[in-house]
Design a binder for this molecule. Structure first.
Ligand code: URP
Ligand code: ZN
Ligand code: ZN
Length: 498
């Protein structure tokens, strides 16, 4: 039995008789919660002020979704359909208790203003805990020397940079500048890796030939655009010996490149998402603009790339499974700025998935035996906590951790419809799927957030989580060949800054 220090006080909540899984093992026990924190784990815990019988249910750590776009203006100037209320409510109903969302700098924005704005909106609306990544589009002197160090000090210990999109992309020189600062202060750099000019060149030729329909989005974003940029991003990261995390990985060749770099000892981590396991490029081949509901960047590939993503999760090449929830309505406010005349180049990129992320993987991974429940926990919670500096507070069921707990009913069968979801999107690319297993009770810091298909918490009751430095899931192996290089070019390791 594990106990916290103050064993004399009654528990506020006991979740009894559940089948508990962490990333390393599964066991049966009771969980006692006091002041929002797990205070005891063991058999026959004394009664709590509230006692929940979880017999027959699986008790897993609350999901962490480290890639969500909420109440964010996209690079093309389109506002997401979800605000911090609907986005976090939708997350909670799908078993997620912490999200990391983006604060997006547009090129003329001052970084402190951006953070202040997102922080205020999230504080007023979020119902679960949240943190932020900074999207950095203007790495000027002010950003590199003043703003970024302050952002990281303030608990936003990760940033996302783009290698494509006219209004977001950084060139390789700028990427190196950002990596050097991230390395010095110990932040994780998330990379959207696609070759901008390949996409631009192919897209122009497609449009010139009248190929405007959504299905041509996947043609414009050839898998080579992703694999080339990933290879380049890894080379940049290795040059300065600073970790990177390649987000929303779609293609088999990209996964092979990441695996090879990891085998060489490179600090390269990666993420994939439901759309790359459960959607295919062919899904966007629909009449009119209907296929826009399935378009995101990079686009889903074919059956072989789906298999490669499954394999990447299984062998640990892919470290985190996130939604990349990018909620755009199927109308002029979102996907279709020019209505039915919108070309694939003008549609908002991205698909919703914050609520179905966990149920999809639980059903198709765990319930089919394709993945162990421990792997599921690692990919959906524990690895996110480590990679993004939320551990040990989040990501595991352990004494001293926040009581972020989800009770799963493995018997529940659900047919997905857009109407049952709590986002503001109005459609789901997973319409009609039959899923086995569902997160039926959700606790965040010991507060019951969802029970009986009902929300039990107030808007604004989520908390901002200031994160510590990432602890990558692969141990760092010092690369002696980079030592002298780092000395010559003045790179400082993060450790000197703590
Ligand atoms: O298509 C996507 N993934 N849209 C969301 C923005 C991004 O790049 O993650
Ligand atoms: Zn991206
Ligand atoms: Zn994204």
């Amino acid at each position: 039995m594990q106990h916290s220090t103050d064993a004399t006080q009654p528990f506020d909540l006991v979740i009894r008789n559940g089948r508990i899984s962490n990333a390393d093992r599964t066991f049966h026990a009771d969980i006692g919660v006091r002041d929002g924190v797990i205070a005891g784990i063991g058999e026959n815990l004394p009664a709590g002020r509230e006692d929940v019988d979880a017999r027959g249910l699986w008790v897993l750590p609350g999901g962490i979704d480290s890639h969500t776009h909420i109440e964010q203006l996209s690079g093309m100037g389109v506002m997401c359909a979800d605000d911090f209320y609907s986005g976090t409510v939708s997350a909670a109903f799908g078993g997620t208790t912490t999200i990391l969302s983006f604060c997006a700098q547009h090129r003329n924005d001052r970084i402190p203003d951006v953070l202040r704005d997102y922080s205020r909106r999230a504080r007023e609306k979020a119902v679960i805990d949240y943190g932020f990544h900074l999207i950095l589009t203007n790495p000027d002197e002010q950003a590199l020397t003043k703003d970024l160090p302050a952002v990281i000090e303030g608990g936003i210990t990760s940033l996302k940079v783009y290698m494509t999109y006219d209004k977001l992309k950084l060139d390789d020189y700028e990427l190196l500048d950002v990596l050097a600062v991230a390395g010095e202060y110990g932040a994780m750099v998330m990379l959207h890796a696609e070759n901008h000019d390949m996409i631009r060149w192919v897209a122009r030729r497609l449009l010139e030939r009248g190929h405007k329909a959504p299905k041509f989005h996947a043609v414009a974003h050839d898998p080579l655009a992703e694999s080339e940029a990933t290879h380049r991003a890894i080379a940049l990261s290795r040059l300065v010996d600073v970790p990177v995390l390649i987000v929303h990985v779609a293609g088999g060749e990209t996964i092979d490149i990441i695996r090879k770099a990891q085998n060489l000892g490179a600090q390269v981590f990666s993420e994939s998402c439901p759309q790359y396991l459960f959607l295919e490029a062919g899904d966007s081949d629909l009449p009119g603009v209907e296929g826009a509901k399935f378009c995101c960047s990079p686009p889903p590939g074919d059956k072989a790339s789906q298999e490669a993503v499954w394999e990447g999760f299984k062998d640990g090449t892919l470290n985190v499974y996130s939604s990349d929830h990018a909620p755009y309505r199927f109308d002029e406010s979102g996907k279709l700025p020019k209505g039915d005349a919108t070309t694939f180049k003008e549609m908002a990129n991205g698909v919703p998935g914050i609520e179905l992320r966990l149920p999809l993987l639980f059903s198709e991974g765990v319930m089919t035996g394709r993945m162990s429940v421990e792997q599921f926990v690692a990919l959906t919670a524990t690895n996110h906590a480590r990679m993004y500096g939320l551990a040990p507070r989040k990501g595991a069921i352990a004494v001293g951790a926040d009581a972020d707990l989800v009770l799963w009913d493995t018997e529940r069968r659900t047919t997905v419809t857009a109407g049952m979801l709590h986002d503001q999107v109005g459609y789901t690319p997973y319409e009609g799927r039959e899923l086995r297993g569902w997160p039926i009770q959700v606790y965040s810091r010991g507060r019951c957030v969802v029970r009986d298909d009902t929300l039990h918490v107030e808007r604004g009751s989520g908390q901002f989580i200031a994160r510590s430095r990432p602890q990558p899931v692969i141990e760092r192996r010092a690369d002696p060949s980079r030592g002298l290089f780092s000395q010559y070019v003045g790179l400082k390791p993060a450790a000197e800054n703590r």
